[in-house]
Write a protein that binds this ligand. Structure first.
Ligand code: ATP
Length: 323
C-alpha cells in the first residue's frame, strides 16, 4: 500500500514492482555499526556466525570477503540471494532481518535460534527420536521446504546441521545462500581435493554426485528434487541416528550413489510406509522423487498408533529429544 516504502505511487497493477528494486532493498540494509557482536557461535566454511544484538537477540553471519575474487560470485549475487531470502515468511524458516551489504562488511542478520540443531541431537547427544516424533519433525520440515519451493527458492544445503529444534518446533536455516556463501568464500578452506566437506556428501543426489569436479561446485545442478533427496537423508538420520554410508570413504560413496546404489535398509526396523518414503526421496531418477506437498500428505497419513508400538522405537526413553 502507499507509504510502505520509499517508492513513488504507481498504478495498482504495478504495485508489486517497486519493492523489488534497489530502492526498497535499502529497507533491509543494516548499517554494520548498528550491530553488536558478542561471542562466536560457530565458524562455517564461508565465514563466522556471532551471537549479536540488533533490536534484540540475533545471529550474524559475517562473510569472509577477503576471498572475494574473480572466481567468486560478485557482490550482485550476494544481493540477489539476499533479495530472495527477504521474501520468506514462514513458521518453520529462520527469520531474515536484514543484511550489511557494503564491502568489505558483508553480513546476514537473522533471528537467533534457540534450542539445538537436529545434528546436535542426533549425532552429538545421541538423542533417540521415536517414530512419532520423527514424523512430527519431518512434517514441519516438509512444510517449510514446501513453502520455499512454492516461492521458487531451492535450499541447496538442507542438512541436520541447518535444522533447529526449538521446543518441538522446527526452524530451517541457511537456505538459498549456497552459491555465494558456500562456494565463493571458502571452497578451498577445508575438505578434500574435490572440495567435499565431511558430512556433505550423503545429502547429494546422484545427479549432483556425478557432476562433482574439483573446484567447480558452482555449477552443480541443484533443483527442488535435489532438496528432496537431501530430505531423505535427514529422514534416515532421524530414524536411524546415523548418516547413511556411515564410515565409508568419500570415493566409495561417490561410486555407489553415482551408479544408483542406496544405503541398505535391511537392518532398519521401521514400517514399510516409512521405508517407502526414504526410497522415494532417494530415487535415482529425479522425476520419481515426490515433492514436499506430496511428502507432507504421506507423512500425515502414517498410522500413528502402529508407529507408537513399533518395537524398534521404545516409548520410554532415558532422554527426551527436546528437553
Ligand atoms: P557449513 O559451513 O558446512 O554450512 P555450518 O552449517 O556448521 O557449516 P554455519 O551455517 O556457518 O556453518 O553455522 C555455524 C554455526 O552457527 C552452527 O553451529 C550453527 O548451528 C550456528 N547458527 C547458524 N545460524 C544460527 C541462528 N540463526 N541461530 C543460532 N545459531 C545459528
Amino acid at each position: 500500500g502507499p507509504g510502505r516504502d520509499n517508492s513513488v505511487d504507481l498504478p495498482s497493477h504495478d504495485d508489486r514492482w517497486p519493492r523489488q528494486n534497489s530502492l526498497s532493498m535499502k529497507e533491509w540494509d543494516i548499517p554494520y555499526d548498528e550491530l553488536k557482536l558478542y561471542e562466536v557461535i560457530g565458524a562455517g566454511r564461508f565465514g563466522t556466525v556471532y551471537r549479536g544484538s540488533w533490536h534484540g537477540a540475533v545471529a550474524v553471519k559475517v562473510l569472509h570477503v577477503h576471498a572475494l575474487n574473480d572466481h567468486c560470485a560478485p557482490l550482485d549475487t550476494f544481493k540477489h540471494e539476499v533479495a530472495t531470502f527477504r521474501k520468506t515468511r514462514h513458521e518453520n524458516l529462520v527469520l531474515f532481518m536484514g543484511a550489511c551489504m557494503k564491502p568489505p562488511r558483508l553480513a546476514i542478520v537473522t533471528s537467533l535460534c534457540k534450542g539445538m540443531t537436529l545434528y546436535t541431537h542426533i549425532h552429538l547427544r545421541k538423542d533417540k527420536f521415536t517414530a512419532n516424533k520423527s514424523v512430527l519433525v519431518a512434517q514441519q520440515i516438509s512444510q517449510g521446504m514446501g513453502y520455499l519451493h512454492a516461492r521458487g527458492i531451492i535450499h541447496k544445503d538442507l542438512k541436520t546441521k541447518n535444522i533447529f529444534l526449538e521446543n518441538g518446533k522446527v526452524v530451517i536455516t541457511d537456505f538459498g545462500l549456497f552459491s555465494v556463501t558456500k562456494l565463493c568464500f571458502g571452497n578451498n578452506a577445508r575438505g578434500d581435493s574435490l572440495g567435499i566437506p565431511s558430512g556433505w556428501l550423503c545429502y547429494l543426489a546422484p545427479e549432483l554426485v556425478r557432476a562433482l569436479r574439483p573446484h567447480a561446485s558452482l555449477h552443480l545442478p541443484f533443483s527442488k528434487q535435489t532438496d528432496v533427496y537431501a530430505f531423505g537423508t535427514v529422514w534416515y538420520e532421524l530414524l536411524c541416528g546415523e548418516y547413511p554410508f556411515k564410515g565409508q570413504p568419500a570415493e566409495a560413496i561417490i561410486w555407489q550413489v553415482g551408479k544408483g546404489a542406496k544405503q541398505s535398509l535391511a537392518n532398519m526396523q521401521a514400517s514399510r510406509d516409512i521405508k517407502d518414503i526414504l526410497m522415494l526421496c532417494w530415487s535415482y531418477r529425479e522425476s520419481e522423487r515426490p515433492d514436499f506437498s506430496h511428502l507432507l500428505s504421506t507423512l500425515e497419513k502414517l498410522p500413528r498408533k502402529r508407529l507408537a508400538r513399533s518395537p524398534s522405537h521404545p516409548v520410554h526413553l532415558s532422554r527426551s529429544a527436546d528437553s
